[in-house]
Design a binder for this molecule. Structure first.
Ligand code: VGL
Ligand code: ZN
Length: 199
C-alpha cells in the first residue's frame, strides 16, 4: 500500500478565468499538474458534474443569490452560480490539461439533491463515490492532491482522504482557491490539523 496516486480535482473551464465560478489564477495550475503526471503511476481526474437546476445552484432557490448559505436536509450548503452543467463548455476540462494519463475520470455532484465537494463522499457525508475502494484495490497508500478549488473541493477531498486512511499531500503550487471570507487560510489550517502535508 505504498503507491502514490495523483488526484486532479475539477480543472474545468467554469473554475478557470472566464468561467461561471472562476477561481483567480485557476488556469495557472494546468502546467504544474501536467508536469506532475508522468511522475505518478496512477492518475485520477475529477469533474464537477451538475444537472440543470441542481440543489447547489442559487438559481434553483427563489430569492437566493450566489454565496448565500441555506439549510439542506444534509446540513448547511453554500449556493453557487450555475456551473459544470454537462454538455456546456464550462463542464469540460481546461483545454491544456493533459487527460491522456488518467486511469479514472470521476464525475461527482450529479445527484440533483446533494452537492459533492469531495472526490470521496457526497456532502451528506454518507454516500461514497467509490474512490477509496478504487485506490485501495490498486495498492495506493498515499494521495497527492492538486486542482480547484483549495477551499472547497480540494479541502473536502483532502480531509476525506485522511479519514479513508491515506497519507495526503497537497501541492501548493498546483491548487488555487475561491476565498469566501478567509476560507483559503481556514482550509490550510484545517488540513494541517488533520495531518495533511503541504508541499
Ligand atoms: C467547487 C464550489 C462548487 C470546487 C465545486 O470544485 O471547489 N466549489 N462546486
Ligand atoms: Zn459544484
Amino acid at each position: 500500500m505504498d503507491r502514490a496516486a495523483l488526484i486532479v480535482i475539477d480543472v474545468q473551464n467554469d473554475f478557470c478565468p472566464g468561467g461561471a465560478l472562476a477561481v483567480a489564477d485557476g488556469d495557472a495550475v494546468v502546467p504544474v499538474i501536467n508536469r506532475l503526471m508522468p511522475l505518478h503511476s496512477l492518475v485520477v481526474l475529477t469533474q464537477d458534474w451538475h444537472p440543470p437546476r441542481h440543489a447547489s445552484f442559487a438559481s434553483t432557490h427563489a430569492g437566493r443569490r450566489p454565496f448565500d448559505e441555506v439549510e439542506m436536509p444534509y446540513g448547511r450548503q453554500t449556493l453557487w452560480p450555475d456551473h459544470c452543467v454537462p454538455g456546456t463548455p464550462g463542464a469540460e476540462f481546461h483545454p491544456d490539461l493533459d487527460t491522456t494519463r488518467a486511469a479514472l475520470v470521476l464525475r461527482k455532484g450529479s445527484n440533483p439533491a446533494i452537492d459533492s465537494y469531495s472526490a470521496f463522499f457526497e456532502n451528506d457525508r454518507r454516500t461514497s463515490t467509490g474512490l477509496g475502494a478504487f485506490l485501495r484495490a490498486r495498492d495506493v497508500g498515499r494521495v497527492v492532491l492538486t486542482g480547484l478549488a483549495t477551499d472547497f473541493c480540494v479541502l473536502y477531498s483532502a480531509l476525506d482522504a485522511v479519514t479513508e486512511g491515506f497519507h495526503v499531500t497537497v501541492i501548493e503550487d498546483a491548487v488555487r482557491g475561491i476565498d469566501v471570507n478567509g476560507s483559503v487560510a481556514a482550509a490550510w489550517t484545517a488540513m494541517a490539523t488533520a495531518g495533511v502535508t503541504r508541499a
